[in-house]
Write a protein that binds this ligand. Structure first.
Ligand SMILES: [Zn+2]
Length: 221
């Protein structure tokens, strides 16, 4: 499948970024998701720069970091209501507009796979190919498969499946598989872009700690 129209985050993206002080609140953002779909479509660039995520500038990197933090917030929220601390969000082609958010439901219904089903019901696959799913941990093979079939074109995750295994161990509620999401995607017929572990995470103590915070002392409890 051609990835025309997907990987087109231009250098103008950073110029178009909205300062945090002017951004909508999280709730406002989600309430306006319907309107934002149209806004996001309007912001799409006609020609894509395929490698933009591979040559992340500081501004884009900051925006990715901001989106990752939003997925971490979702994970924290669902943990408070008794679910596993995993969260994901779907961001539009402008890499700014939050279209959906989803936390973990249970051992089978993961944040990412559930979000994929919701997204596929709500948006056309051609649009989803230009969107990015952000998630605090690397998607498992089930969720990677869901991302593939939902036709979501890019995934950004914070920490790896291996890092999760170190945290969850043999907890029967989350018996982590050793199957990197890239291996799943590489078995497919289309080029899903994967960014993760997030490039700066080893140097970004604050972000890494934000991801780990809800997992320390959670598993095998
Ligand atoms: Zn999963």
């Amino acid at each position: 499948m051609a990835d025309k129209g997907r990987k087109n985050f231009s250098d103008k993206l950073s110029d178009a970024m909205t300062p945090d002080s002017q951004k909508s609140t999280w709730d406002k953002t989600t309430e306006q998701a319907g309107d934002k779909f149209d806004q996001a479509k309007g912001k799409m660039q006609p020609e894509e720069d395929k490698g933009i995520f591979q040559k992340m500038g500081d501004a884009l990197s900051a925006q990715i970091r901001s989106n990752l933090l939003k997925s971490i917030d979702v994970a924290h929220e669902v943990k408070l209501t008794g679910h596993h601390p995993f969260g994901s969000i779907l961001v539009g082609p402008d890499n700014e507009t939050v279209l959906l958010k989803q936390g973990n439901i249970n051992t089978l219904n993961h944040a990412e796979s559930t979000l994929c089903r919701l997204a596929y019901d709500k948006y056309p696959p051609e649009f989803l190919w230009k969107c990015t799913l952000y998630t605090n941990f690397e998607p498992c093979c089930m969720c990677a498969g869901s991302i593939y079939w939902a036709n979501i074109g890019r995934v950004v995750y914070g920490l790896s499946e291996e890092a999760l295994l170190d945290l969850s161990g043999d907890d029967k509620e989350n018996m982590t598989l050793s199957l990197p999401c890239r291996k799943v995607f590489n078995s497919g017929q289309k080029d899903v872009d994967v960014v993760g572990p997030f490039a700066d995470i080893e140097n970004d103590v604050e972000l890494k700690d934000a991801i780990l915070r809800d997992h320390r002392d959670f598993w095998n409890h």
